[in-house]
Design a protein around this ligand. Structure first.
Ligand SMILES: Nc1nc2c(ncn2[C@@H]2O[C@H](COP(=O)(O)OP(=O)(O)OP(=O)(O)O)[C@@H](O)[C@H]2O)c(=O)[nH]1
Ligand SMILES: [Zn+2]
Length: 211
């Protein structure tokens, strides 16, 4: 695999190393950004901006590298048969994504639970699935649903619960300029939908503190 293809490379488990870039894409995106700097009234030839188009192109490639990942493969790479049928909760997973309307960041936390049905999954794979969908242009609602559907369809558990709490920079540094608003979205399947007690238990666990 050549260096410039590493971002696109497919590995056994759906991971992609982000230590190298697709050079063709970087060059093409950087050329546009050089133009954009001029359009914004800047001088793209001044010292501080000389490498900026390339830096922005690399940053954007990183911020959207989820397109090159296969979230279902990530989960499949660490599924284990196990006779455990209580709720598994991974909470406070940091999320960084980009809103598809303004291409500005939204960020916060995801809280995820599932109830195994014969299989458990390696714990780290849950935040990896969150990243694989978050590192794309998104709306928070779709991101929430995609994470839920991926876990449900791959692991076939008794139920999945996803809650996300995010701040959107497009609502704070521009536009309506509300500095403290947090958007909460949720998505459930199976037992979390049909059983109020299970859903309440999940909501209690994600608000409980370790201290
Ligand atoms: N539902 C949803 N809306 C989002 C998300 N991220 C950004 N938005 C909204 O997308 C909407 C786009 O609305 P438009 O009226 O087309 O864009 P705009 O003129 O820039 O809107 P303002 O942000 O109100 O200035 C805005 O209301 C944003 O707040 C998201 O994850 N989910
Ligand atoms: Zn936005």
């Amino acid at each position: 695999m050549s260096n410039k293809d590493v971002l696109k490379g497919e590995s056994r488990d759906g991971y992609v190393k982000i230590d190298r870039y697709n050079e063709d894409k970087i060059e093409a995106v950087a050329a546009h950004y050089k133009d954009i700097l001029g359009q914004l009234g800047e001088n793209p030839a001044r010292e501080g901006l000389l490498k900026t188009p390339e830096r922005v192109a690399k940053a954007l490639q990183y911020l959207t590298h989820g397109y090159d990942l296969k979230p279902d493969e990530i989960l499949k790479s660490a599924m284990f048969e196990e006779d455990y049928s209580q709720m598994v909760v991974v909470k406070d997973i940091e999320v960084y994504s980009m809103c598809e309307h303004h291409m500005l960041p939204f960020f916060g936390k995801a809280h995820i639970a599932y109830i195994p049905n014969g299989h458990i999954v390696g714990l780290s794979k849950i935040p990896r699935v969150v990243d694989a969908f978050a590192r794309r242009l998104q709306v928070q609602e779709r991101l929430t649903n995609e994470i839920r559907d991926c876990i449900q369809n791959t692991l076939s558990p008794m139920g999945v619960a996803v809650v996300m709490e995010c701040r959107h920079l497009c609502m704070s540094m521009r536009g309506v300029q509300k500095q403290n608003s947090v958007t909460t979205t949720s998505a459930f399947t199976g037992t979390f939908l049909s059983n109020d007690k299970t859903r309440s238990e999940f909501l209690r666990l994600i608000t409980a503190s370790l201290d």
